[in-house]
Design a binder for this molecule. Structure first.
Ligand SMILES: NC(=O)c1ccc[n+]([C@@H]2O[C@H](COP(=O)([O-])OP(=O)(O)OC[C@H]3O[C@@H](n4cnc5c(N)ncnc54)[C@H](O)[C@@H]3O)[C@@H](O)[C@H]2O)c1
Length: 397
């Protein structure tokens, strides 16, 4: 249901950890992006079981109050739109509670810890008249969106292959504290945490994946110290002598087939030494290629058959007005101004608020059905690993 014109939209964020703060910053900046027309956005509440985290985030991003129980957000009459940015196993209960209470919900990826949970969340969203979306924030990258336009528009010809990897080093040090990220069933580790982004980007650019095979999951740091206090995100904190087992994957690799016939090769690692945050991919087409690396988010590479014979090869394209999201989307929308992953959360918040307000503007956020599809794809990877790398079909969206 769209917000009525002229009304206020009260926003809240549940979870004031690493990504929760990015959502809070996103709602703060959203009204400054693009033209007028958005209802007045009120920054109402940040909720976190850690009252200190909630209070700090509320103060930093200008939200009116801090709560220590998400139910206070669900029952608040001045809150319309809520981001759910807590550990994945907590998403379902909170999302269902919020939809039940009549809130619009933007839930972080991966949408849920299991396909069954995600199916229940899709049903809850279908039973609600409110908007429900999943935060695949890389869809807001100007460079990734520009590559998508090139590929979908046929500029590099039929895509033949997609190679994508998301390599992080947040888990490479065995002294880093145990957290919710390291506990769960196989596939809930690197695959769900960062691999979920890569497969979403792959499908965003090249269309649906229909099968996966050759999957290998591995855990290389088998136990971690329990923190003395509270761990946020990937931060190093004081740890105790108590160690707990890591129960999910540090690394994953697999291959895939797209509906177009293109071949995919994927890997994700949270123990990739020297790679703090490398989401990178290349699309090889019949008449060209395109490449992206999150370490240089304001540019992408293109090779095509329009280059002169004497100077063929990749061109470095610096993101500029004319590429998606740039004109009006950045405070200074000059060519090659540079931007990064934090900016994607502002663009995503703007898109979700437009969606809630019934404004036809930015592309809509990923639906819960798409979030479920993403989980089914990850589940197929896990099934392939359990079956010694056998091919597993992916249920279409
Ligand atoms: N889109 C992205 O780029 C991106 C990046 C990082 C994380 N994420 C996603 O965001 C979510 C959170 O990840 P994170 O890195 O911010 O985790 P985090 O551990 O840094 O923060 C989670 C926060 O939730 C709080 N919390 C725990 N139980 C709670 C409850 N019942 N009610 C309210 N708050 C509670 C914790 O105190 C903590 O502050 C995950 O789903 C993750 O996959 C997305």
């Amino acid at each position: 249901m769209a917000a009525s014109p002229g009304r206020l939209l009260g926003t809240a964020v549940i979870g004031a950890g690493m990504a929760g703060r990015a959502h809070a910053a996103g709602y703060r900046v959203a009204p400054t992006l693009f033209g007028a027309g958005l209802p007045v956005v009120r920054l109402v509440a940040i909720a976190d079981v850690n009252a200190g985290f909630a209070a700090d985030a509320a103060r930093r991003y200008g939200f009116e109050r801090a709560e220590s129980d998400w139910k206070a957000v669900a029952t608040a009459p001045d809150v319309d739109v809520v981001s759910v940015v807590v550990a994945n196993p907590l998403h379902r209960e909170i999302v269902e509670g919020l939809l039940d209470a009549g809130k619009h919900v933007l839930c972080e990826k991966p949408m849920a810890p299991t396909v069954a949970d995600a199916e229940a969340m899709v049903a809850a969203a279908q039973a609600s008249v409110r908007e429900a979306a999943v935060g695949f924030s890389f869809r807001r990258s100007p460079a990734i969106s520009a590559i998508r336009e090139q590929v979908r528009g046929g500029a590099i010809g039929r895509p033949l292959a997609f190679e994508g990897h998301y390599w992080c080093d947040y888990g490479v040090d065995p002294a880093r504290p145990m957290s919710w990220r390291y506990q769960g069933r196989p596939g809930s580790g690197a695959l769900a945490d960062i691999g979920s982004h890569t497969v979403d980007v792959a499908e965003f650019v090249c269309g649906p994946i229909v099968a996966v095979r050759g999957a290998v999951l591995s855990t290389v740091v088998t136990e971690r110290p329990v923190p003395v206090g509270t761990a946020m995100g990937h931060a190093a904190v004081e740890v105790s002598d108590v160690r707990e087992p890591v129960t999910n994957d540090d690394q994953v690799a697999f291959t895939a087939t797209f509906a177009s016939g293109a071949t995919g090769t994927f890997s994700a690692s949270r123990v990739a030494f020297g790679h703090p945050n490398t989401l990178a991919f290349t699309v090889l087409g019949e008449r060209g290629a395109a490449t992206f690396d999150l370490n240089r988010p304001g540019e992408f590479g293109v090779a095509d058959d329009t280059a002169p014979d004497a100077t063929p090869g990749y061109r470095q394209v610096l993101v500029r007005p004319g590429h998606p999201y740039v004109s009006g989307g950045f405070a200074m929308d000059f060519p090659a101004m540079g931007h990064g992953q934090n900016d994607f959360f502002g663009l995503q918040a703007r898109a979700f608020l437009e969606q809630v307000a019934g404004i036809e503007g930015l592309p809509r956020c990923a639906s819960f059905a798409e979030g479920l599809h993403n989980l089914r794809l990850l589940d197929a990877v896990v099934a392939s690993a359990h079956a010694g790398g056998a091919e597993v079909a992916v249920t279409p969206l």
